[in-house]
Design a protein. Structure first.
Length: 358
């Protein structure tokens, strides 16, 4: 992956170039770190998944490359802690904030407070329901649900039932994946029954609800889990019930996950699960990269417009005044075939971030 320090910046306007030298000269103010670096605050939402541990790992690296000094906190999936952490950032006179609010509705008052103080905000992985942000950096989460639907519907030939282990519906990510999956199934595979189960991104809750569904409904042929939080419990439960069998076995339950963590890729190769929709290839690092890139651009008072970027994503306007850099997310399967018109990559593909963790 090329560093933004050696490439022109993302822009949707042809011919518009944001030079790194211009960024480096921006916003010299009294809130500076060592060597005059602008101080920005980055709140990590959690540290219990490969996704966020990779983000945490790469953030200091890109802060250094962009000439930013860091103040960091961890809100541990708690919007009250995130609010408190932001108050700490404000007291430390940070010039910008990157965050990933998991409750995308409750963060609105905090965003309003930051806006009132002219502190730009970049959100990563999630998009606040309301409030002002400079840029949102996230994958196209509706594509997660749609690609999982097309894969499951095709594998099941449009028949049977599937359990959807939903994320937290207070999160835009959970809502996008759930709504897209349901809409796709209703439109393209009306013969498949969907049992939707809210899990609040909790693995134990997901396992308990899946067990209840498998006991109550004997037509279940597939499982869609909206994140790898449910992976371990799902596989353990299927094994206990004698359903963790070869994909060619008639008892096989077709399982699709989301994230693209190394365990998922290994499980696809081993025939334990059938597919995942990977968080953008190599974008765990790039989430950190672009979060800090956009903060740096905000301090330079740069502006962006909807359109394609130079890193295979698209900036879209999701509501008036709010832009989102949507990163592509590939479907990953054992054979790399096309399902329901959706092309996939093989689980061993070296472009996948999950195959490149050190």
């Amino acid at each position: 992956m090329k560093s933004l320090l050696t490439r022109t910046a993302v822009t949707a306007t042809v011919g518009a170039v944001l030079a790194v030298s211009a960024l480096a000269a921006c916003n010299n103010s009294s809130s500076s770190g060592a060597g005059g670096s602008d101080v920005v605050g980055v709140d990590y939402p959690r540290s219990d998944t490969d996704f966020w541990n990779s983000y945490i790992k790469y953030t200091p690296q890109y802060a250094k490359q962009f000439g930013l000094a860091l103040k960091t906190t961890n809100s541990q999936n708690d919007v009250a802690k995130l609010t408190s952490n932001v108050q700490t950032f404000i007291s430390q006179n940070v010039k910008g904030v990157a965050m990933a609010p998991q409750d995308t509705a409750a963060i609105a008052p905090t965003l309003d407070q930051l806006a009132a103080k002219n502190i730009p905000v970049v959100t990563v992985d999630t998009r606040p329901d309301t409030g002002k942000v400079y840029m949102v950096v996230r994958a196209d989460n509706r594509a997660y649900g749609e690609k999982a639907c097309q894969f499951l519907g095709t594998k099941l030939s449009g028949k049977g039932a599937v359990v959807m282990l939903e994320g937290d519906l207070s999160s835009i990510n959970g809502r996008d994946r759930t709504e897209a999956f349901n809409s796709c199934m209703q439109k393209n595979f009306p013969g498949i029954k969907v049992y939707g189960e809210a899990t609040n991104w909790d693995g134990a809750t997901a396992a308990q609800k899946l067990q209840t569904d498998l006991t109550a409904h004997h037509d279940i042929k597939g499982v869609y889990m909206e994140s790898s939080f449910a992976l371990s419990g799902t596989l353990q439960l299927l094994k206990q019930r004698g359903l963790l069998v070869d994909p060619k076995d008639p008892k096989h339950i077709v399982v699709v996950s989301n994230d693209g963590i190394p365990e998922e890729l290994a499980d696809i190769a081993a025939g334990k699960i059938d597919a995942t929709v990977s968080q953008p290839a190599d974008q765990y690092a790039q989430y950190a990269q672009y979060a800090l890139y956009y903060l740096k651009a905000a301090l330079a008072k740069k502006t962006f417009k909807p359109g394609p970027t130079d890193h295979n994503s698209t900036i879209v306007q999701v509501r008036p005044g709010v832009l989102e850099d949507q990163l592509a997310a590939p479907l990953v399967t054992a054979d790399g075939s096309t399902y329901g018109g959706v092309a996939s990559v093989k689980s061993a593909d070296t472009s996948l971030w999950g195959n490149n963790l050190k």
